[in-house]
Write a protein that binds this ligand. Structure first.
Ligand code: GRG
Length: 295
């Protein structure tokens, strides 16, 4: 694989806020969550999609967006773990933010990371005032994690907790709460890399398949995964009375779905006309590992 997790972390850690001043307790909680580990999948996908093309903006702009998307992902995990939501005590093998810092600071740390993500990305305009690609990337960063994306999906997930969920509702939840942020990462990378409209649209479609596969694999791991490997307890969906692809269609159908969606994403990306064939191979290799990931 071209980029290790450590390589990505070196880039994104440079954007973390300093832990000083009266707001220090929340800054510590924000940085604790951000540095707690994780696969760094979203910034990695963003970087690989940027590498595919020629003629984009400087890498330092991309780096700011890579940090921003990981901040947004981290905020969503902090809030998702809260007692009012999934009520999880462990994440990535470490105490969740509300367990370590208290619920009040965990809420504020999530809010803080969301705002800081936009503050970080908007800094890109200093290098390229009025740049259209950066403006478009910034809009994607605002929209896809929002009401018509990640938050929208989370809303339906929350209101249907403990209630019957049909296939259309489940699809809406997965498309939005999970796939939208992966599409955000990949389309921002492509946009900043200089991709054209049809290339961006192709990567969006592929990201949707990857996102669906990723969420269903998450459901599978919650049933048959290893808590030690996952760094969090399993059976969280059952405990929280969540309908999942596995509970609706069964484990075997879920495994088949993950494989089909992943192969479909690979086919779409395989057809894409790109500058850097090695970057395409890396992207395909990364996507392939998601089929049988165990964490
Ligand atoms: C309602 C206050 C409130 C907050 C909601 C928007 C939100 C918080 C949550 C988004 C929904 C969410 C957490 C979806 C889960 C997506 C998912 C599978 C996350 C796990 O991603 P990985 O496996 O995690 O990439 P790592 O630890 O590797 O970074």
């Amino acid at each position: 694989m071209k980029y290790s997790t450590e390589y990505i972390e070196k880039i994104i850690y440079a954007y973390l806020p300093e832990e000083t001043g009266y707001a220090k307790p929340v800054l510590e909680a924000m940085n604790y969550a951000f540095r707690a580990g994780g696969k760094r999948l979203r910034p990695m996908l963003m970087k690989l999609c940027y590498d595919l093309f020629d003629g984009g903006v400087d890498e330092s702009v991309l780096a700011a967006f890579m940090a921003s998307i990981e901040m947004i992902h981290t905020y969503s995990l902090i809030h998702d773990d809260l007692p009012a939501l999934d009520n999880d005590d462990l994440r990535r093998g470490k105490p969740t933010v509300h367990v370590k810092f208290g619920e009040d600071l965990a809420i504020l740390a999530g809010d803080g990371l969301l705002n800081y993500a936009f503050e970080t990305a908007v800094g890109a305009f200093r290098l390229y005032p009025g740049n259209i690609a950066i403006e478009r990337a910034f809009m994607l960063l605002c929209q896809k994690p929002g009401i018509d994306g990640m938050i929208g999906g989370q809303v339906l997930d929350v209101v249907l907790t403990g209630k019957p969920v049909n296939d259309k509702e489940l699809e809406y939840i997965y498309l939005n709460k999970t796939a939208a942020l992966l599409s955000c990462a990949m389309t921002i990378g492509a946009t900043l890399g200089g991709a054209n409209e049809s290339q961006i649209a192709c990567l969006h479609e592929a990201a949707i398949c990857i996102g669906m596969a990723f969420q269903v694999q998450d459901d599978i791991l919650d049933v048959v995964g290893d808590a030690q490997m996952l760094g969090k307890p399993i059976k969280s969906d059952e405990r929280n009375e969540k309908t999942t692809y596995v509970s609706l269609y069964g484990l075997e159908a879920a495994k088949k779905f993950v494989e089909e969606q992943t192969l479909q994403a690979e086919r779409m990306i395989g057809c894409l006309d790109v500058r850097d064939q090695a970057a395409k191979n890396d992207l395909l290799a990364l996507i392939h590992t998601l089929i049988d990931r165990d964490k």
